[in-house]
Design a protein around this ligand. Structure first.
Ligand code: PLP
Length: 351
């Protein structure tokens, strides 16, 4: 039975066509003749998909690797949206949602923030018969807020059947660590996929793994939907060197442990330093901090730039008094806090 046939866009439905098959890992073990001469390129990151599928306990067909998870956001929009449809997300969230939705001529409905994060009730209220996609950045960029497991559970239980929920977990590793420190529960999102829900979980090698420049990420979702998405993508879009790096990164658990622990420690340093200047700091579950400086954050960002530190003012996100500060190394953070104190008239920066 086809669950998505009536939901996907006409091109996704009608394109059919070439579904590349990964060359087998090796021929059946049949003695010395068992070698395989590869004269066909692998266009679907077979090795990485198999490894991710094994790691997540899901069939390989449910895993799609793309040139960064943002590429899959675009494919989902091309697959599920037309100018007659809309997608729902929150205000002050990841900018690519608007770009990807508008690129296919569809409408993006953005609900107001609640407690600096997603308002799941408002999002449910905003959905209508023409909604096909919902984007939930968890944690959210740029506020760093996280919806916990029970909030996501309740939300998904109420999303109508014709809507696909994208759980964008670009900061998953950081969020898991923060949740364990705080005794809260980060969602086990892949369970929703395992249970057959209309959910696509996005992950990336750009953040905790540090491979942003190589452009590699992936999504896990219903097999039928992933097949439609695969029709919309460019062939040969993921570089083999990116796939090789991702394969190695998946085994480097020690790197992830070090990065998330250092990030959490430095998040406290930044939060304390910024709070002591009277700024309102939003508790983060990611590798950046959002704070409300109570005045035009653009001016502060400019003055910080003159001191040699770049941070992101959030006026275009609709939060003109807020800044997003990436959590840097201890030395970078010391330098930043010192410059921020100088601006606030508290001390001379050290260089
Ligand atoms: C919420 C969110 N999703 C996805 C991405 C992009 O990840 P990728 O580099 O895999 O395209 C980002 C990066 O800033 C992000 O903040």
């Amino acid at each position: 039975m086809s669950r998505f046939f009536d939901l996907v866009s006409r091109p996704a439905r009608e394109m059919g066509g070439y579904t590349p098959k990964a060359p087998p890992a090796r021929q059946a073990a049949n003695g010395p003749q068992a070698r395989l001469i590869r004269l066909a390129p692998d266009d679907d990151c077979g090795a990485l998909r198999r490894k991710l599928a094994a790691q997540h306990g899901l069939p390989t067909e449910q895993v799609m690797v793309t040139a960064g998870s943002t590429a899959l956001l675009s494919l989902l929009c091309q697959t599920l949206l037309t100018p007659a449809h809309n997608a729902v997300t929150s205000q002050c969230s990841f900018v690519v949602y608007a770009l990807a939705v508008h690129a296919v001529g569809a409408r993006l409905i953005e609900t107001p923030l609640l407690n600096d994060g997603f308002d799941s009730q408002a999002m449910l209220d905003a959905m209508d018969d023409n909604t096909r996609l919902v984007f939930l950045a968890n944690p959210n960029n740029p506020t760093g807020t996280m919806l916990d497991a029970s909030a996501v559970d309740k939300f998904l239980a109420r999303v109508p059947g014709h809507v696909v929920v994208v759980l964008d977990e670009a900061y998953h590793e950081f969020a898991l660590h923060f949740a364990s420190l705080r005794g809260t529960a980060y969602p086990n999102s892949l369970d929703y996929v395992r249970q057959g829900a209309s959910v696509v979980v996005l992950r990336t090698f750009s953040k905790a793994h540090g491979l942003a420049g190589l452009r590699i990420g992936y999504g896990v979702g219903p097999e039928e939907l992933m097949t439609y998405c695969a029709r919309m993508r460019n062939t040969f879009s993921v570089a083999s060197v990116a796939e090789a790096a991702a394969l190695a990164a998946l085994d480097d658990h020690e790197h992830i442990e070090r990065v998330v622990a250092s990030n959490a420690g430095q998040a406290s340093v930044l939060a304390d330093g910024l709070s002591s200047l009277g700024y309102r700091v939003v508790p983060t579950s990611a590798n950046f901090i959002c704070c409300d400086v109570g005045e035009d954050a653009g001016g502060i960002a400019e003055r910080l730039l003159n001191e040699g530190v770049s941070v992101r003012p959030l006026r275009v996100w609709g939060a003109p008094s807020c800044l997003r500060v990436s959590i840097g190394s201890p030395e970078q953070n010391r330098f930043f806090l010192s410059a921020a104190r100088k601006m606030a008239g508290r001390e001379v920066p050290d260089r």
